[in-house]
Design a protein around this ligand. Structure first.
Ligand code: NI
Length: 191
């Protein structure tokens, strides 16, 4: 084997080894990008985008006001957790409830719903296209079930609460079963 080919072969083996080794050492998972730009309507009827909340942390939950069980529980936990923060921490965060049922969740409906959970809770709705876009960006999901045309359908949906940074980047998320005290502790560390 010519010397130059031998050296090239060794070089290839070393490079491949380093790349493979790095992969093993860092246990690389493919990066998952959660979040992104959105345009929606808040519960006061104002058109808003993610830029309106830039500079603040966003605590984002997807659900709908007709939800019989999971949403009220999750939103109560969020409200409780926010209630355990000090004024400065609370000032740093905007809690946001984004509907997955824009058909029934008008801005007016959201306005009558969100104050049940926290004074600061912002309700966001929009067109179905706008809602689908933000749900997709957050890797969340929803699906209408039992729609017989009578308007009494339910909506299956994911139930994670996302904490996004002042730059809009994903920081962490909480399952709907996270106790309020645990969420408050984590929020207090970050905010
Ligand atoms: Ni729900």
């Amino acid at each position: 084997m010519p010397r130059i080919v031998f050296i090239a072969l060794i070089a290839v083996v070393v490079v491949v080894g380093v790349i493979a080794g790095r992969g093993l050492l860092t246990d690389d998972k493919p990066p998952v990008f959660i979040g992104g730009p959105f345009t929606l309507t808040d519960h006061t009827g104002k058109r808003v985008t993610d830029k309106d909340y830039a500079g603040k942390y966003m605590l984002v939950y997807f659900g709908y006001t007709f939800c019989p069980d999971v949403c009220p529980t999750s939103l109560s936990i969020i409200g409780d957790a926010l209630g355990q923060l000090d004024a400065q921490q609370l000032d740093n965060v905007v809690p946001i409830f984004i509907t997955v049922d824009p058909e029934r969740d008008t801005a007016e409906m959201m306005a009558s719903y969100v104050p049940n959970f926290h004074d600061k809770l912002v309700g966001l709705t929009g067109s179905l296209v706008e809602v689908k876009a933000v749900v997709k960006a957050y890797k969340a999901y929803f699906a209408k079930t039992g729609d017989d045309g009578s308007g009494t359908y339910t909506v299956d949906h994911s139930s994670r609460t996302y904490l996004m940074g002042p730059d809009g980047a994903y920081i962490t998320s909480f399952s709907h079963a996270t106790p309020a005290a645990e969420m408050a502790k984590k929020l207090a560390e970050i905010l």
